[in-house]
Design a protein around this ligand. Structure first.
Ligand SMILES: [Zn+2]
Ligand SMILES: [Zn+2]
Length: 366
């Protein structure tokens, strides 16, 4: 190491105040100044910021939570086959697929991508369904998802699939994020969600809402209505259910970025995967979705049975609670399909990187 350089191990804090170990080799600077300086360099795409050597560290509380969820899931599965009542098992299936709409139609298509608009009763319903899944608050989920689309397959992608199946599937949740992720989280426009009182209400009260809607409600209903034991109901209706829901969502980040076809853009990792689509209520048309993230259908193909979230949104459009559904014309699809790559990494409708040509056509369509 030259006299002008020093190796500094510093603690950069993510928004959740978790530690991430980063070794920087840069000219002499005070510790605190370096952290700020480096984030600013990343925001400005300063080439010299590439000197960073990122060493991910395990976030032990998050890893412990994942171990508990997955080990408890196996025990819950054992109880399903040995002691749980049939209605309790059916209740797992019902809650997985009804609460799933809170992810697909809610935090994903509505709040992450602005692919359609929803009146407050639908937003409230979606926020309740989403909270039942226990997958953080809407704001945090949508922020990471926008960063994922905007910086897909770069160091700033929170679940960058270039780091392998396991990292994209679950590893990213219990390791310290790359500093580019931390920096880019600050650069994504979230004003629309900050202006949504339902989103900010759920963010503010997330812990009591988690206790009520992720644990008490799904566990309590079998105990109250068909006298299931609290012990069985907890492992089956909280743990098993939570774990299945999580892994279906995880598959969109891992499987749907690895195995399948890429008809719209062969230069990116997302694929069309019908199995993921069926499991995730229509979210497996992922190559299309990364190319056209504002389309409320998230796929060109996939009729109602394979894309049931589209059915869900259309039903609510029919009663007037969902409106202004964005979609893509066959002409736009063909144009993109014959084009190579560029302009596909946008987070949704309203992103500055949507081409003027596409935006003009979208506005005339809607
Ligand atoms: Zn998306
Ligand atoms: Zn993706």
């Amino acid at each position: 190491m030259s006299p002008n350089e020093e190796k500094i191990t510093l603690t950069m804090c993510s928004e959740a105040s978790t530690n991430c170990g980063v070794t920087l080799k840069r000219n002499r600077l005070a510790n605190g100044e370096l952290a700020k300086d480096h984030e600013a360099m990343i925001e400005k795409n300063d080439e010299s910021a590439i000197e960073i050597k990122y060493v991910p560290k395990i976030k032990w509380p998050d890893l412990s939570a994942q171990i508990f969820i997955h080990a408890g899931c196996l025990y819950g599965l054992y109880l399903v086959f040995t002691q749980a009542k049939l209605l309790t098992s059916l209740w797992v299936f019902v809650t997985i697929y009804t609460s799933g709409f809170g992810i697909t139609a809610g935090v994903h298509r509505l709040w992450s991508h602005k692919a359609y608009k929803a009146k407050w009763p639908l937003r409230l319903l979606l926020v309740i369904l989403f909270t039942i899944t226990g997958q953080k608050d809407v704001y945090t989920w949508a922020l990471d998802h926008r960063v994922h689309h905007k910086y897909s397959e770069t160091d700033a992608d929170p679940h960058d699939v270039r780091r392998g199946f396991f990292f994209a599937h679950v590893g990213w949740l219990f390791t310290t994020p790359h500093p580019d992720v931390v920096a880019k989280r600050k650069s994504v426009d979230m004003k629309d969600l900050e202006a949504d009182p339902i989103v900010m209400w759920q963010k503010r009260l997330y812990i009591p809402l988690f206790a009520l809607l992720t644990i008490a409600l799904p566990v309590g209903i079998p105990c109250y209505f068909w006298s299931e034991s609290l012990w069985i109901s907890f492992w089956v209706n909280f743990n098993l259910r939570f774990c299945i829901n999580l892994n279906i969502a995880f598959c969109v980040n891992s499987v749907a970025h690895m195995w399948g076809q890429r008809p719209y853009d062969k230069s990116i990792s997302p694929v069309e995967n019908i199995a993921v689509s069926i499991a995730s209520l229509g979210e497996g048309f992922h190559n299309y979705h990364h190319v056209f993230p504002w389309d409320y259908k998230t796929g060109e193909l996939g009729n109602y049975p394979f894309n049931i979230t589209t059915t869900f949104i259309d039903v609510f459009a029919w009663i007037g609670w969902a409106y202004d559904r964005k979609y893509v014309s066959p002409r736009m699809i063909n144009r993109k399909a014959y084009r190579s790559g560029d302009g596909s990494h946008v987070w949704g409708y309203g992103d500055v990187d949507i081409s003027k040509e596409d935006l003009l056509e979208l506005d005339t369509m809607n």
